[in-house]
Design a protein around this ligand. Structure first.
Ligand SMILES: [Zn+2]
Ligand SMILES: [Zn+2]
Length: 106
């Protein structure tokens, strides 16, 4: 099992450009090495993601930002380096009310 270091969601294995990656819906990606990929292939990933997300909010800073889903006006935020160093970090928000997560485009 691998969990996203940013939002705590259970990571899913996805194919991208012929490689297997852990891809999180918040935008986090992680390469899978051969050994851990085989270990994962015969296991069912049936964890309840929603429960995990609810446990991870407490230490994040809050900001006034409107949720696109429920129009709540407060969100948690954090920065995430999506690639190896040469790209600027992306800012992510998560609604304090409904836990909807989105990234800042600018
Ligand atoms: Zn994540
Ligand atoms: Zn919301």
């Amino acid at each position: 099992m691998e969990f996203c270091p940013n939002c705590g969601t259970l990571l899913r294995v996805n194919k991208k450009d012929g490689k297997s990656l852990y891809i999180c819906r918040c935008g986090y990606e992680k390469d899978i090495d051969e050994s851990s990929r085989f270990e994962h292939s015969d296991k069912k990933q049936s964890e309840d993601e929603i429960v995990i997300i609810e446990d991870t909010n407490m230490t994040m800073p809050k900001v006034k930002e409107e949720c696109k889903k429920c129009h709540n006006r407060e969100a948690y935020w954090w920065m995430l380096q999506t690639r190896s160093g040469d790209e600027p970090a992306t800012k992510f928000y998560r609604c304090t009310k409904c836990n909807y997560t989105w990234r800042e485009y600018d």
